[in-house]
Write a protein that binds this ligand. Structure first.
Ligand code: ATP
Length: 360
């Protein structure tokens, strides 16, 4: 057995109050964030949230309006891209079409005047890492999208950058290749230990690949956390609605951890600053809800059942309220419940899965 090595957390990049304006439009609004050595961080958010602008600013391809970037203790805020320490992969592969695979990967090393032996060694090593040994003499046009993206990855890593930047690297690929390359990139990153930032609008990609996810919206960071934190403890209604499927139910706030839903009392996660007696939104995931034959307490009428393989997604209309909710019943449980449209079922919402957010 190899001993467990505790690596100390060392910051790689400090993003300090970075703001980017395009005319009067603020694309990045005072972004502050620290990315640690060896971490895989995803910038996740809807189209236009500023994630690409933030990545381009880190690369020096876009100049921030104000704020600083400190990489390994050095202020790189005003350095041109070629003076910064990163490799980058774009969505569109961006390989040199007139260069062979070998020469594409060798490009950065030649720019740095690496000697021939070093170039041969490094290119061979990298092509093996991305499973493209034997394709040295092919041209990009002869490769599939997934293969081209692996060449782009090898090219980005050739000069051993301290930071790997990935700008939606998988989004141009079809689903099967995407899934495969996702695990390949993740494994390669873990093996090399290179600090990596990936921009994506695909939550599944972020949840499966990232050590930490930075959720962005309208130029600000909504939450930074591990995939489990982002999924189970969303810091805002935006994060709660953006990741996964979420029910939002109108409730009245009774106390720090109790609300009224459809005239029934319900315990939820303790909250702060939620005015008592006011309306709020209770967020609960469909898979956290249990349906029972018992009908005291919260109940609802089944109005739709959708078969989704591993589970059935049941839509219920709450008894005594004009609200619907989704509950996922695992397929192995659904036979014992014998679900049918029109039946009334008890609805159990566990307190630990119920979180409160302000309206609007
Ligand atoms: P997408 O996934 O669609 O690229 P994004 O989150 O990466 O979205 P950005 O590309 O960072 O978003 O853009 C953020 C906002 O800044 C958008 O509203 C965009 O229209 C605007 N923007 C980006 N680049 C420019 C530019 N060069 N000039 C003017 N506005 C820009």
């Amino acid at each position: 057995d190899s001993p467990t090595v505790m690596t100390p957390i060392t910051p790689h990049l400090h993003i300090e109050a970075v703001t980017k304006k395009f005319g009067s439009f603020t694309a990045l609004d005072i972004i502050s964030l620290t990315i640690n050595e060896g971490e895989f961080v995803c910038f996740l958010g809807p189209s236009g949230c500023g994630k690409t602008t933030l990545l381009r600013t880190i690369a020096g391809l876009s100049q921030q309006t104000s704020g600083k970037l400190i990489q390994r203790g050095i202020d790189v805020s005003t350095l041109p891209p070629q003076a910064r320490d990163f490799g980058i992969v774009f969505q569109s592969y961006a390989l040199f079409p007139n260069l062979t695979v070998f020469n594409n990967v060798a490009y950065g090393l030649r720019n740095r005047r690496a000697d021939r032996a070093r170039i041969n060694y490094r290119v061979t090593e990298l092509l093996a890492l991305v499973n493209l040994s034997g394709s040295e003499h092919k041209y990009p046009a002869a490769l599939s999208g997934g293969q081209q993206q692996r060449v782009a990855l090898a090219r980005a890593l050739a000069t051993e950058p301290g930071l790997l930047l990935l700008d939606e690297p998988l989004s141009a690929l079809d689903a099967r290749v995407r899934g495969h390359l996702r695990s390949q990139i993740k494994a390669l990153q873990a093996r090399l230990g290179v600090t990596t930032i990936m921009v994506t609008h695909d939550q599944e990609e972020a949840l499966t690949m990232a050590d930490r996810i930075v959720v962005m919206n309208h130029g600000v960071i909504e939450q930074v956390g591990t995939p489990a934190e982002i999924y189970h403890q969303p810091a805002s209604a935006f994060v709660a609605s953006f990741i996964g499927t979420m029910n939002f139910l109108d409730v009245t706030v009774n106390s720090a951890d109790q609300v009224t839903l459809a005239a029934k009392p319900l315990t939820c996660q303790p909250h702060h600053n939620m005015p008592l007696g006011e309306t709020a939104r209770l967020a609960v995931r469909p898979e956290a809800i249990a349906l029972t034959q018992q009908q005291q307490g919260l109940s609802g009428e089944v109005i739709d059942i959708e078969f989704l393989g591993a589970f059935q997604r049941v839509t219920l209309r709450l008894t005594g309220a004009d609200q619907t909710l989704l509950a996922d019943v695992p397929s192995r449980d659904s036979t014992s419940l014998s679900l049918y449209v029109g039946q009334t079922l008890g609805i159990h919402i566990p307190a630990e899965a119920a979180r409160l957010y302000p309206v609007g």
